[in-house]
Design a protein around this ligand. Structure first.
Ligand SMILES: Nc1ncnc2c1ncn2[C@@H]1O[C@H](COP(=O)(O)OP(=O)(O)OP(=O)(O)O)[C@@H](O)[C@H]1O
Length: 332
């Protein structure tokens, strides 16, 4: 066992609501059951209530209605510093005049832990985020990714049963962000901590999470594994928010969704739908085609490339087919 392994806690939100203005609900009766050790993401567009939900779990915001439980402890009215949660934000919020080691040691000092143990735990926490040797630097002497790793070490060194992260990788460029996604996921598994992660980036949520709650206008639209959310969206909102999708109606007028990569392109005759290629976006391994159907609708299809260029050209007549099993009926 490493010196910084934690015992993860479950988190339960029971019909939690919050209004800032006494009229509209920023968070509307949200109920969630997050399992111990789970990587759980709150995903949704700007203003949907993700941050407010996270801040209520942390204790930075009061709850207007409902209860929050960590394990079997009701923390609804417990102040922030007594909830024992680690937190990481987009802005790293490191102390600029303190060294890396001092930044990481901060939470341990506040808890009155003795010097020898602090030294040992800081060392282990920095090793875990691959920053051994950086102890004496100031945050200003580190890259963005390194600063975020210090913030992670600082949040996890206190061995919290719960780690809350609000867009922690939002300030990083794409490449570094992908690397840090991998590292954060790895770190979470090594620590065994329950992690609640706020993001508006659907790719990030799909890549990292055990489960995702998709939020819309203060409410939970759907909770599921990345595979369920992507392959079986329940509502039009979820289907549309996660990746690209073709929204149609079946013969009975019910809403139907098909992912672009589930569409097979071929000869126009005999296909479910036929159309003309309007644009072809080369994505590397695949091309995304925008196709205008005979009745004037736009559809998207993704096809694997063979060689250096897209298989189809703008203006080509194509047939679009898909398996009924790949067409998802939407509830709303
Ligand atoms: N301190 C505040 N005072 C008043 N209204 C607020 C406050 N914080 C958030 N809101 C409002 O509450 C709603 C939810 O905001 P919240 O920050 O939780 O959304 P979010 O999903 O995290 O968005 P983003 O991705 O942009 O951070 C929004 O309508 C927002 O304008």
């Amino acid at each position: 066992m490493s010196a910084i392994t934690t015992s993860p806690a479950s988190i339960r939100l029971d019909a939690v609501s919050k209004s800032y203005d006494g009229q509209s609900l920023a968070v509307d009766a949200v109920t969630l059951d997050i399992q111990p050790g789970e990587f759980f993401s709150l995903l949704g567009p700007s203003g949907c209530g993700k941050t407010t939900t996270l801040r209520m779990i942390a204790g930075f915001e009061t709850v207007d209605a409902g209860r929050i439980l960590v394990g079997d402890r009701d923390v609804t009215d417990v102040p922030v510093h007594k909830r024992d949660m680690g937190m990481v934000f987009q802005s790293y919020a490191l102390f600029p005049h303190r060294t890396v080691a001092e930044n990481v040691a901060f939470g341990l000092r506040m808890r009155g832990i003795d010097k020898a143990e602090i030294a040992e735990r800081v060392k282990a926490a920095l090793a875990l985020v691959a920053l051994t040797g950086y102890e004496d630097r100031k945050p200003g002497q580190l890259s963005g990714g390194q600063q975020q790793r210090v913030a992670l070490a600082r949040a996890t060194v206190i061995k919290p049963p719960v780690l809350l992260c609000d867009e922690p990788l939002g300030a990083l460029d794409r490449k570094l962000r992908q690397q840090m996604q991998f590292e954060l996921k790895q770190l979470q598994k090594e620590l065994g901590v329950t992690l609640v992660f706020v993001t508006h980036d659907q790719e990030e949520a799909l890549a990292m999470s055990d489960r995702i709650a998709v939020m819309n206008a203060g409410r939970i639209e759907q909770v599921g594994t990345p595979g369920e959310i992507y392959e079986r969206p329940r509502t039009r909102f979820v289907a549309d928010f996660i990746g690209e999708i073709n929204l149609m109606e079946d013969a009975g007028g019910k809403a139907l969704a098909v992912r672009p990569e589930k569409i097979v392109l071929g000869a126009a005759s005999g296909a479910q739908v036929s159309g003309r290629v309007e644009s072809a976006n080369f994505l590397g391994g695949q091309t995304l085609y925008r196709i205008i159907t005979a009745d004037g609708r736009q559809m998207l299809a993704k096809e694997t490339n063979v060689g250096e260029r897209p298989v189809r050209a703008v203006g080509d007549e194509v047939g679009l087919s898909w398996s009924p099993a790949d067409a998802v009926h939407l509830e709303a």
